[in-house]
Design a protein around this ligand. Sequence first.
Ligand SMILES: *Cc1c(COP(=O)(O)O)cnc(C)c1O
Length: 353
Amino acid sequence: MEFLSRKARGIAPYTAGEQPQDRTYIKLNTNENPYPPSPEAAKALRAFAAETLRLYPRPDAGLLRAAIARAEGVGEENVFCGNGSDEVLALSFPAFFDAHGVGACFADLTYSFYEVFAAFFDIPKTVVPLRADFTFDLERMKQTPCAGYYIANPNAPTGVGIGLAEMERFVASVPEKLVILDEAYMDFFGESGVPLTKKYSNVLVVKTFSKSYALAGMRCGYAVGDAALIDGLFRMKDCFNSYPVDRVAEAVCAAAVGDRDYYRAVTARVVSERERLRAELLSLGFTVPESRSNFLFAGRVRLSGREIYQGLKAAGVLVRYWDRPVLRDFVRITVGTPEENGVLTEQLKKLLS
Ligand SMILES: *Cc1c(COP(=O)(O)O)cnc(C)c1O
Protein backbone atom coordinates (compact mmCIF):
# COMPACT_ATOMS: atom_id res chain seq x y z
CA MET A 1 0.00 0.00 0.00
CA GLU A 2 1.30 3.44 -0.87
CA PHE A 3 0.11 5.88 1.78
CA LEU A 4 2.09 8.93 0.74
CA SER A 5 0.39 11.60 -1.32
CA ARG A 6 1.63 12.36 -4.80
CA LYS A 7 3.05 15.60 -3.40
CA ALA A 8 4.93 13.86 -0.59
CA ARG A 9 6.38 11.35 -3.04
CA GLY A 10 7.29 13.89 -5.71
CA ILE A 11 8.70 16.82 -3.80
CA ALA A 12 12.43 17.51 -3.31
CA PRO A 13 12.65 18.89 0.26
CA TYR A 14 15.15 21.53 1.39
CA THR A 15 18.37 20.07 2.80
CA ALA A 16 19.51 21.91 5.91
CA GLY A 17 23.20 22.16 6.78
CA GLU A 18 24.44 19.15 8.73
CA GLN A 19 24.48 19.15 12.55
CA PRO A 20 26.67 16.07 13.12
CA GLN A 21 26.98 14.53 16.60
CA ASP A 22 29.94 12.21 15.98
CA ARG A 23 32.57 14.64 17.25
CA THR A 24 33.06 18.30 18.10
CA TYR A 25 33.58 20.35 14.98
CA ILE A 26 34.47 23.94 14.40
CA LYS A 27 31.09 24.70 12.91
CA LEU A 28 31.29 27.15 10.05
CA ASN A 29 28.51 25.59 7.94
CA THR A 30 25.15 27.07 8.97
CA ASN A 31 25.87 30.76 9.57
CA GLU A 32 25.18 30.62 13.28
CA ASN A 33 26.66 33.39 15.40
CA PRO A 34 29.97 32.44 17.04
CA TYR A 35 29.07 34.59 20.06
CA PRO A 36 26.34 33.91 22.64
CA PRO A 37 22.97 35.67 22.73
CA SER A 38 22.55 38.86 24.75
CA PRO A 39 22.87 38.56 28.56
CA GLU A 40 19.39 40.15 28.69
CA ALA A 41 18.03 37.21 26.66
CA ALA A 42 19.78 34.76 29.00
CA LYS A 43 18.33 36.59 31.99
CA ALA A 44 14.81 36.42 30.51
CA LEU A 45 15.27 32.66 30.03
CA ARG A 46 16.38 32.13 33.65
CA ALA A 47 13.53 34.31 34.94
CA PHE A 48 10.95 32.45 32.84
CA ALA A 49 8.16 31.07 35.05
CA ALA A 50 7.66 27.43 34.02
CA GLU A 51 4.14 27.33 35.50
CA THR A 52 2.97 29.77 32.79
CA LEU A 53 3.60 27.02 30.20
CA ARG A 54 0.26 25.58 31.33
CA LEU A 55 -1.32 28.29 29.18
CA TYR A 56 -1.21 28.71 25.42
CA PRO A 57 0.81 31.70 24.24
CA ARG A 58 -0.80 34.73 22.64
CA PRO A 59 -1.65 33.87 19.02
CA ASP A 60 0.02 37.06 17.77
CA ALA A 61 3.07 36.75 20.08
CA GLY A 62 1.92 40.16 21.32
CA LEU A 63 4.75 40.89 23.76
CA LEU A 64 7.38 40.18 21.11
CA ARG A 65 5.37 41.92 18.42
CA ALA A 66 5.33 45.10 20.52
CA ALA A 67 9.07 44.86 21.25
CA ILE A 68 9.86 44.42 17.52
CA ALA A 69 7.54 47.30 16.56
CA ARG A 70 9.38 49.55 19.02
CA ALA A 71 12.82 48.46 17.79
CA GLU A 72 11.92 48.79 14.09
CA GLY A 73 9.99 52.05 14.52
CA VAL A 74 6.75 50.68 13.04
CA GLY A 75 3.26 49.95 14.37
CA GLU A 76 2.34 46.61 15.94
CA GLU A 77 -0.08 46.10 13.05
CA ASN A 78 2.99 46.10 10.78
CA VAL A 79 4.65 43.11 12.48
CA PHE A 80 4.08 39.36 12.11
CA CYS A 81 6.02 36.78 14.17
CA GLY A 82 6.62 33.16 13.21
CA ASN A 83 8.48 30.00 14.13
CA GLY A 84 11.69 30.99 12.37
CA SER A 85 11.75 33.21 9.31
CA ASP A 86 11.54 30.05 7.19
CA GLU A 87 7.99 29.67 8.45
CA VAL A 88 7.22 33.32 7.69
CA LEU A 89 8.61 32.83 4.17
CA ALA A 90 6.61 29.61 3.77
CA LEU A 91 3.36 31.36 4.72
CA SER A 92 4.14 34.24 2.36
CA PHE A 93 3.86 31.98 -0.69
CA PRO A 94 0.16 31.09 -0.33
CA ALA A 95 -0.57 34.52 1.19
CA PHE A 96 0.64 36.47 -1.86
CA PHE A 97 0.79 34.07 -4.80
CA ASP A 98 -1.89 32.01 -6.51
CA ALA A 99 -1.34 28.36 -7.25
CA HIS A 100 -0.84 28.00 -11.02
CA GLY A 101 -0.94 31.82 -11.30
CA VAL A 102 1.63 34.20 -12.76
CA GLY A 103 4.11 33.20 -10.06
CA ALA A 104 7.18 34.37 -8.18
CA CYS A 105 10.54 35.52 -9.50
CA PHE A 106 13.91 35.02 -7.84
CA ALA A 107 17.58 34.63 -8.68
CA ASP A 108 19.13 31.33 -9.80
CA LEU A 109 21.71 31.41 -7.02
CA THR A 110 19.84 32.34 -3.87
CA TYR A 111 18.25 30.76 -0.81
CA SER A 112 17.17 27.36 -2.09
CA PHE A 113 14.12 27.23 0.18
CA TYR A 114 12.26 29.57 -2.23
CA GLU A 115 12.05 26.92 -4.92
CA VAL A 116 10.98 24.29 -2.36
CA PHE A 117 8.15 26.50 -1.12
CA ALA A 118 7.09 27.40 -4.66
CA ALA A 119 6.92 23.70 -5.57
CA PHE A 120 5.10 22.81 -2.36
CA PHE A 121 2.39 25.43 -2.94
CA ASP A 122 2.19 24.85 -6.74
CA ILE A 123 3.32 28.41 -7.43
CA PRO A 124 5.14 28.87 -10.74
CA LYS A 125 8.60 30.39 -10.55
CA THR A 126 10.78 32.32 -12.95
CA VAL A 127 14.47 32.12 -12.18
CA VAL A 128 16.72 35.00 -13.29
CA PRO A 129 20.48 34.30 -13.41
CA LEU A 130 22.83 36.42 -11.34
CA ARG A 131 25.38 38.40 -13.30
CA ALA A 132 28.87 36.94 -13.70
CA ASP A 133 30.10 38.93 -10.67
CA PHE A 134 27.25 37.43 -8.57
CA THR A 135 25.26 40.69 -8.38
CA PHE A 136 21.49 40.65 -8.94
CA ASP A 137 20.23 41.49 -12.43
CA LEU A 138 17.45 43.78 -11.17
CA GLU A 139 16.84 45.20 -14.65
CA ARG A 140 16.02 41.76 -16.00
CA MET A 141 13.97 40.90 -12.92
CA LYS A 142 11.97 44.10 -13.44
CA GLN A 143 11.04 42.95 -16.94
CA THR A 144 10.06 39.44 -15.84
CA PRO A 145 6.32 38.79 -15.76
CA CYS A 146 5.44 37.72 -12.19
CA ALA A 147 3.27 38.67 -9.21
CA GLY A 148 6.26 39.33 -6.98
CA TYR A 149 9.89 38.77 -6.05
CA TYR A 150 11.95 37.05 -3.39
CA ILE A 151 15.25 38.82 -2.89
CA ALA A 152 17.65 37.68 -0.18
CA ASN A 153 19.58 40.80 0.76
CA PRO A 154 22.41 40.15 1.43
CA ASN A 155 22.10 37.13 -0.82
CA ALA A 156 22.80 33.55 0.25
CA PRO A 157 25.12 31.79 -0.41
CA THR A 158 27.09 34.58 -2.10
CA GLY A 159 26.93 37.30 0.59
CA VAL A 160 26.44 40.02 -2.05
CA GLY A 161 24.26 42.95 -0.97
CA ILE A 162 22.05 45.58 -2.62
CA GLY A 163 22.22 49.07 -1.08
CA LEU A 164 19.07 50.81 0.13
CA ALA A 165 19.02 53.49 -2.60
CA GLU A 166 19.22 50.90 -5.37
CA MET A 167 16.58 48.79 -3.64
CA GLU A 168 14.25 51.77 -3.37
CA ARG A 169 14.60 52.45 -7.10
CA PHE A 170 13.69 48.83 -7.80
CA VAL A 171 10.70 48.80 -5.44
CA ALA A 172 9.40 52.08 -6.87
CA SER A 173 9.72 50.74 -10.42
CA VAL A 174 7.46 47.71 -9.80
CA PRO A 175 4.53 49.20 -7.82
CA GLU A 176 2.13 46.49 -8.96
CA LYS A 177 4.38 43.65 -7.81
CA LEU A 178 5.23 42.55 -4.28
CA VAL A 179 8.90 42.66 -3.27
CA ILE A 180 9.73 40.30 -0.42
CA LEU A 181 13.11 41.10 1.06
CA ASP A 182 14.67 38.25 3.01
CA GLU A 183 16.97 40.15 5.35
CA ALA A 184 18.30 37.20 7.35
CA TYR A 185 21.81 38.74 7.23
CA MET A 186 20.95 42.43 7.04
CA ASP A 187 22.39 43.41 10.41
CA PHE A 188 25.85 42.63 8.99
CA PHE A 189 25.17 45.10 6.17
CA GLY A 190 23.04 47.87 7.71
CA GLU A 191 20.93 48.79 4.66
CA SER A 192 17.56 47.42 5.77
CA GLY A 193 14.48 47.95 3.64
CA VAL A 194 12.26 48.47 6.71
CA PRO A 195 12.05 52.25 6.04
CA LEU A 196 10.68 51.39 2.57
CA THR A 197 7.75 49.52 4.14
CA LYS A 198 6.42 52.86 5.45
CA LYS A 199 6.50 54.45 2.01
CA TYR A 200 5.62 51.55 -0.27
CA SER A 201 2.78 49.09 0.24
CA ASN A 202 4.52 46.53 -2.02
CA VAL A 203 7.47 45.74 0.28
CA LEU A 204 7.60 43.02 2.91
CA VAL A 205 10.79 42.62 4.94
CA VAL A 206 11.48 39.25 6.59
CA LYS A 207 14.03 38.96 9.41
CA THR A 208 15.24 36.27 11.78
CA PHE A 209 16.61 35.82 15.30
CA SER A 210 18.84 33.00 14.07
CA LYS A 211 21.88 34.87 12.76
CA SER A 212 22.74 38.32 14.16
CA TYR A 213 20.72 37.67 17.34
CA ALA A 214 22.51 34.37 18.01
CA LEU A 215 19.20 32.61 18.76
CA ALA A 216 18.98 29.94 16.03
CA GLY A 217 17.92 27.42 18.69
CA MET A 218 14.94 29.55 19.67
CA ARG A 219 13.25 29.33 16.24
CA CYS A 220 11.81 32.77 15.74
CA GLY A 221 11.52 35.20 12.84
CA TYR A 222 9.28 38.05 11.77
CA ALA A 223 7.99 40.18 8.93
CA VAL A 224 7.52 43.96 8.71
CA GLY A 225 5.21 45.55 6.15
CA ASP A 226 1.94 47.24 5.31
CA ALA A 227 -0.92 46.11 7.60
CA ALA A 228 -2.73 44.52 4.63
CA LEU A 229 0.29 42.28 3.94
CA ILE A 230 0.60 41.39 7.64
CA ASP A 231 -3.09 40.48 7.64
CA GLY A 232 -2.43 38.09 4.72
CA LEU A 233 0.24 36.31 6.75
CA PHE A 234 -2.12 36.03 9.75
CA ARG A 235 -4.80 34.49 7.56
CA MET A 236 -2.35 31.79 6.39
CA LYS A 237 -0.89 31.20 9.86
CA ASP A 238 -4.37 30.62 11.25
CA CYS A 239 -4.87 27.89 8.66
CA PHE A 240 -1.78 26.03 9.91
CA ASN A 241 -0.93 26.78 13.53
CA SER A 242 -2.56 29.27 15.87
CA TYR A 243 0.50 29.56 18.13
CA PRO A 244 3.76 29.31 16.17
CA VAL A 245 5.78 31.32 18.71
CA ASP A 246 5.94 29.69 22.13
CA ARG A 247 6.03 31.61 25.42
CA VAL A 248 9.73 30.99 26.00
CA ALA A 249 10.68 32.27 22.54
CA GLU A 250 8.43 35.29 22.97
CA ALA A 251 10.09 36.31 26.25
CA VAL A 252 13.67 35.58 25.19
CA CYS A 253 13.44 37.26 21.77
CA ALA A 254 11.68 40.32 23.22
CA ALA A 255 14.57 40.74 25.67
CA ALA A 256 17.09 40.29 22.86
CA VAL A 257 15.45 42.94 20.66
CA GLY A 258 15.78 45.42 23.51
CA ASP A 259 19.55 44.92 23.91
CA ARG A 260 20.70 46.93 20.95
CA ASP A 261 24.12 47.84 22.39
CA TYR A 262 25.18 44.24 22.93
CA TYR A 263 24.24 43.21 19.41
CA ARG A 264 25.83 46.24 17.82
CA ALA A 265 29.13 45.23 19.48
CA VAL A 266 28.88 41.54 18.52
CA THR A 267 27.93 42.35 14.93
CA ALA A 268 30.87 44.74 14.62
CA ARG A 269 33.22 41.96 15.75
CA VAL A 270 31.86 39.56 13.15
CA VAL A 271 32.07 42.19 10.40
CA SER A 272 35.68 43.11 11.18
CA GLU A 273 36.65 39.43 11.34
CA ARG A 274 34.84 38.87 8.02
CA GLU A 275 37.03 41.47 6.34
CA ARG A 276 40.20 40.00 7.87
CA LEU A 277 39.26 36.45 6.83
CA ARG A 278 38.33 37.56 3.32
CA ALA A 279 41.74 39.17 2.87
CA GLU A 280 43.38 35.90 3.97
CA LEU A 281 41.31 33.82 1.57
CA LEU A 282 42.11 36.18 -1.29
CA SER A 283 45.80 35.85 -0.48
CA LEU A 284 45.43 32.05 -0.68
CA GLY A 285 44.13 32.47 -4.24
CA PHE A 286 40.39 32.11 -3.62
CA THR A 287 37.82 34.11 -5.52
CA VAL A 288 35.66 35.69 -2.80
CA PRO A 289 32.83 38.11 -3.71
CA GLU A 290 32.65 41.05 -1.33
CA SER A 291 30.37 39.87 1.48
CA ARG A 292 27.83 41.94 3.38
CA SER A 293 26.80 38.98 5.56
CA ASN A 294 28.39 36.78 8.24
CA PHE A 295 29.80 34.29 5.75
CA LEU A 296 32.15 34.18 2.78
CA PHE A 297 31.62 32.44 -0.54
CA ALA A 298 35.05 31.25 -1.57
CA GLY A 299 36.28 29.10 -4.44
CA ARG A 300 37.81 28.75 -7.88
CA VAL A 301 41.00 27.21 -6.58
CA ARG A 302 42.50 23.93 -7.77
CA LEU A 303 40.19 21.95 -5.46
CA SER A 304 36.44 21.61 -5.92
CA GLY A 305 33.97 22.67 -3.25
CA ARG A 306 33.46 19.03 -2.33
CA GLU A 307 37.20 18.39 -1.98
CA ILE A 308 37.61 21.43 0.27
CA TYR A 309 34.57 20.41 2.30
CA GLN A 310 35.85 16.85 2.73
CA GLY A 311 39.40 17.91 3.55
CA LEU A 312 38.22 20.39 6.15
CA LYS A 313 35.73 17.96 7.67
CA ALA A 314 38.47 15.38 8.19
CA ALA A 315 40.36 18.11 10.04
CA GLY A 316 37.36 18.92 12.22
CA VAL A 317 36.12 22.04 10.41
CA LEU A 318 32.66 22.08 8.84
CA VAL A 319 31.78 24.30 5.89
CA ARG A 320 28.98 24.06 3.34
CA TYR A 321 29.11 23.12 -0.34
CA TRP A 322 26.52 22.34 -3.00
CA ASP A 323 26.82 19.94 -5.87
CA ARG A 324 25.26 22.30 -8.41
CA PRO A 325 26.61 24.23 -11.41
CA VAL A 326 28.69 27.29 -10.38
CA LEU A 327 28.23 26.47 -6.68
CA ARG A 328 30.30 23.28 -6.93
CA ASP A 329 33.49 25.32 -7.37
CA PHE A 330 32.88 27.13 -4.08
CA VAL A 331 32.33 26.57 -0.38
CA ARG A 332 30.40 28.82 1.96
CA ILE A 333 32.27 29.59 5.14
CA THR A 334 30.59 31.12 8.19
CA VAL A 335 32.74 33.73 9.91
CA GLY A 336 33.74 32.26 13.27
CA THR A 337 35.77 33.60 16.16
CA PRO A 338 39.34 34.70 15.35
CA GLU A 339 40.58 31.37 16.83
CA GLU A 340 38.18 29.29 14.71
CA ASN A 341 39.05 31.23 11.57
CA GLY A 342 42.72 30.71 12.39
CA VAL A 343 42.25 26.92 12.42
CA LEU A 344 40.28 27.16 9.18
CA THR A 345 42.97 29.09 7.33
CA GLU A 346 45.73 26.79 8.62
CA GLN A 347 43.84 23.77 7.31
CA LEU A 348 43.11 25.46 3.99
CA LYS A 349 46.81 26.19 3.54
CA LYS A 350 47.60 22.50 4.15
CA LEU A 351 44.94 21.35 1.70
CA LEU A 352 46.11 23.69 -1.02
CA SER A 353 49.84 22.97 -0.64
C1 LIG B 1 19.10 31.33 7.82
C2 LIG B 1 18.21 31.92 6.77
C3 LIG B 1 16.83 32.06 6.95
C4 LIG B 1 16.07 31.52 8.07
O1 LIG B 1 16.19 31.25 9.14
P1 LIG B 1 15.31 30.80 10.36
O2 LIG B 1 16.29 30.14 11.24
O3 LIG B 1 14.21 29.92 9.87
O4 LIG B 1 14.78 32.09 10.91
C5 LIG B 1 16.09 32.68 5.98
N1 LIG B 1 16.65 33.13 4.87
C6 LIG B 1 17.96 33.02 4.64
C7 LIG B 1 18.53 33.54 3.38
C8 LIG B 1 18.77 32.38 5.58
O5 LIG B 1 20.06 32.21 5.33
